[in-house]
Design a protein around this ligand. Structure first.
Ligand code: NAD
Length: 280
């Protein structure tokens, strides 16, 4: 039976550590706010934004909410970001994605000062991560590294297969696993023989965005399985990219959905905010 990697518990530990750190910084007069910008009222985005504000409140970081109407122009959004870049009390700027189609996400991401880019999406943050320079790490992949380390999974020398090559999960995940001395294979929608490649993985990280796609034929006996996917099934229940009931008997450790990777993303966002306050 696989060990369950408990993202809820590990993210709570991290948030408690950050709360202590933020209080110590606060006592030295070092404070700062996270600006959270949402354009439009997409219900899923509203839930994410609310969770981020709640996490700030728990840790003791101020959050400034900017709820802008759907019709906000790209120019107006860029102007707001420019103003927030200049405000010294604002230590982090987060623009909730996706944005309405008339706004270019890349332009918006690149407008955020790299020193306040707590999502780690700015090309400068990505470049710094690539060459191992200091900077903000992408939250979901950084959260997965913490999940593995804090669950006692050894990474160095292991073969890690990643399914997915997106800019927010697959690619940064590959870079962080390399940094941890794993041997990394990145697979994607054009990969041939996917089950065969996945069966070579000591650590299989699945970020393909396909509900319950990965079954027993993809998993080597004793592998560690990390499921990044998050979906609602036909009964409106949350599920991942992995068929949990098929993967679990073969795996040595596995993340559930919900309660695996999901809670780690916000914990790492908070970690980046505290880092930003620390760096002044
Ligand atoms: P994406 O759609 O941008 O990328 C999916 C990737 O999977 C692509 O690179 C594609 O090439 C690959 N892929 C698709 N079909 C494939 C196939 N049949 N075989 C092999 N590869 C295939 O998605 P994303 O933004 O990287 O997110 C992936 C999943 O993770 C989604 O379900 C998303 O909701 C979830 N997610 C969760 C969190 C979290 O905090 N838990 C954060 C980000 C994303």
């Amino acid at each position: 039976m696989a060990k369950l990697i408990d993202g809820k518990k590990i993210s709570q530990q991290i948030k408690d550590e950050l709360k202590e750190k933020a209080a110590a910084l606060n006592a030295q007069g070092r404070t700062g706010a996270l600006a959270v910008i949402q354009v439009g009222a997409d219900p899923a985005s509203s839930v994410y934004v609310r969770n981020k504000k709640n996490a700030c409140a728990y840790i003791g970081i101020e959050s400034l909410a900017y709820e802008l109407p759907e019709e906000t122009t790209e120019e107006e959004l860029l102007k707001l970001i420019a103003e927030l870049n200049e405000k010294t009390e604002v230590k982090g700027i987060l623009v909730q994605l996706p944005l309405p189609a008339h706004i270019c996400e890349d332009k918006v991401i690149q407008a955020i000062s790299p020193s306040k880019d707590v999502d780690g999406f700015h090309p400068q943050s990505v470049g710094a991560m690539t060459i191992g320079e200091p900077g903000f790490l992408s939250c979901t992949p950084a959260g997965i590294i913490q999940l593995l380390k804090r669950s006692g999974v050894e990474i160095a020398g292991k073969h890690c297969v990643i399914i997915g090559r997106s800019n927010i999960v697959g690619k940064p995940m590959a870079l962080l696993m390399l940094r941890e001395n794993a041997t990394v294979t990145v697979t994607h929608s054009k990969t041939r023989n996917l089950p065969e490649i996945c069966r070579q993985a000591d650590i299989l990280i699945v970020a393909m965005g396909k509900p319950r796609f990965i079954g027993a034929e993809y998993i080597k006996e004793g592998a560690v399985v990390v499921d990044v996917g998050i979906h609602r099934d036909e009964n409106n229940k949350l599920c991942g990219d992995v068929k949990f009931e098929e993967a679990e008997p073969a795996a040595s450790a596995i993340t559930p959905v919900p309660g695996g990777v999901g809670p780690m993303t916000i914990a790492m966002l908070m970690s980046n905010c505290v880092q930003s306050i620390e760096e002044g």
